[in-house]
Ligand binder design. Structure first.
Ligand SMILES: [Zn+2]
Length: 232
């Protein structure tokens, strides 16, 4: 099993934080993508959320993966920096927390509307899950609400590198590793739930001896093994 860390964009609004996505290639040939990043037609010079160049498809191609190879897309959540290219994967099954898909489809959360034309398409196949579930052997989905309802993180158990916890937006910087005193952003909608999810993820990471991979962390990102290299 291999884990690739992709760099899909930059949040300029918050002092150039990276936006990451993840590709997990399983030994049985199953290819799992976690999030699809900022929209491919986002302005690379945008002052808010910019896409990287090379983009998602170029990075996958460099690894030897086509969109048709992707069997499963795990949706951490549908914020515009994470769900801007769902339409590129019509053959994949999209796995999402039931509570998040309900929230998104209700139209009550305006920030999810920005890329609705990319994630709310009749031909995209969504499978909803409720809470913590095993996706495939070695990959666990961990419900981690707080940033937004039905956010999910991903635990990957690699045979050599050990366990890696992709916290995504439940923990985006080192200071947010402290459940009680962690900072919140204006995009963290429920502070109490975010603290509870942080505690849950930190406990899980300790139990699994897992490295916590934080999305949007400009300090951690350069220290990590990035595509086309991988963890295995
Ligand atoms: Zn994000």
């Amino acid at each position: 099993m291999r884990l690739y860390l992709l760099e899909l964009g930059t949040i300029r609004y918050y002092k150039d934080r990276p936006v990451c996505g993840y590709l997990i290639r399983c030994d049985d040939g199953t290819d799992v993508l976690v999030d699809t990043g900022p929209a491919r037609d986002a302005d690379p010079d945008s002052p808010i959320i910019a896409r990287t160049d090379p983009g998602l498809l170029d990075q996958l191609a460099a690894i030897g993966v086509t969109p048709a190879d992707i069997d499963i897309v795990v949706c951490s959540h549908l914020d515009p920096d994470h769900a801007g290219n769902h339409d590129l994967f019509p053959d994949a099954e999209f796995v999402i927390q039931q509570s998040h898909l309900e929230l998104a489809r209700s139209g009550t959360e305006s920030r999810l509307e920005a890329t609705r034309h990319r994630w709310d398409l009749p031909h995209l196949k969504y499978r909803t899950v409720d809470g913590d579930v095993t996706l495939v052997p070695g990959i666990e989905l961990i419900e981690s609400s707080g940033h937004i309802t039905g956010h999910q993180s991903v635990l990957v158990r690699l045979p050599g590198a050990g366990a890696m916890l992709l916290a995504v937006d439940a923990i985006t910087q080192e200071a947010a590793m402290d459940p009680e005193n962690r900072p919140m952003t204006r995009f963290d909608l429920d502070a109490d739930a975010a603290r509870a999810s942080t505690r849950k993820l930190i406990d899980l990471a300790e139990q699994e001896n897992a490295m916590v991979i934080r999305n949007h962390d400009p300090k951690q990102w350069p220290t990590l093994t990035q595509w086309p290299s991988f963890y295995e």
